[in-house]
Design a protein around this ligand. Structure first.
Ligand SMILES: CC(C)(COP(=O)(O)OP(=O)(O)OC[C@H]1O[C@@H](n2cnc3c(N)ncnc32)[C@H](O)[C@@H]1OP(=O)(O)O)[C@@H](O)C(=O)NCCC(=O)NCCS
Length: 158
């Protein structure tokens, strides 16, 4: 495994396509995020909300991203993903504090998210940064396979 450095920065317009490609790749794993294939990459790129999106970049490659969807009610909903070959190398741990900082700057009082109950890496990452488990949604997500997956709601008061 090569130890290439990466940096975190806000997303810019040129990131749309790589963001959509990374998203589609991870959707194809059918494991960590809710979306499953097919992903319309061009539509996803065009509609990506750059405001509130942070990217992790290694060289010219986007290796991870995190988006905060700010609600009018003071909380922000997080979605994040790191490319498979970059996992376990601290990318998520670099994105999350930057997101917490951004959320504070924007005056949000809370960050929240839903995570599949089997997603041990994600749950460990969120706990590491102080997120608490707030509840479990039973058989909430119907997958393309027909399986019904539980999700855990997690939140962090800022
Ligand atoms: C969840 C995800 C974002 C974590 O990102 P990452 O860059 O791999 O995370 P890090 O390397 O910073 O690891 C963060 C912590 O997670 C835990 N962790 C990482 N990989 C793990 C694994 N395979 N099993 C259990 N815990 C793990 C560790 O506690 C680690 O902290 P530590 O290194 O201080 O011990 C990444 O696995 C991912 O994108 N998965 C697919 C998409 C997804 O599940 N998104 C989240 C949807 S809610």
């Amino acid at each position: 495994m090569v130890n290439i450095p990466f940096q975190i920065r806000p997303a810019v317009d040129d990131d749309r396509l790589p963001l959509a490609l990374l998203f589609a790749e991870i959707a194809g794993e059918r494991d960590g995020i809710a979306t499953e294939p097919p992903v319309d990459i061009e539509a996803r790129a065009a509609s990506w909300t750059l405001d509130g999106t942070l990217v992790a970049v290694a060289g010219t490659e986007i290796v991870g991203s995190l988006h905060i969807d700010s609600s009018p009610f003071g909380f922000g909903e997080i979605g994040m993903a790191v490319g498979r070959e970059w996992r376990g190398r601290g990318v998520g741990s670099a994105l999350l504090p930057e997101a917490i900082e951004l959320a504070r700057e924007r005056g949000l009082h809370k960050l929240s998210l839903g995570v599949f109950a089997h997603n041990r890496a994600a749950i460990a990452l969120y706990r590491k940064f102080g997120f608490a488990e707030e509840g479990r949604r039973i058989k909430h997500y119907r997958r393309a396979s027909g399986e019904l997956w539980d999700s855990i709601e997690m939140g962090l008061l800022l």
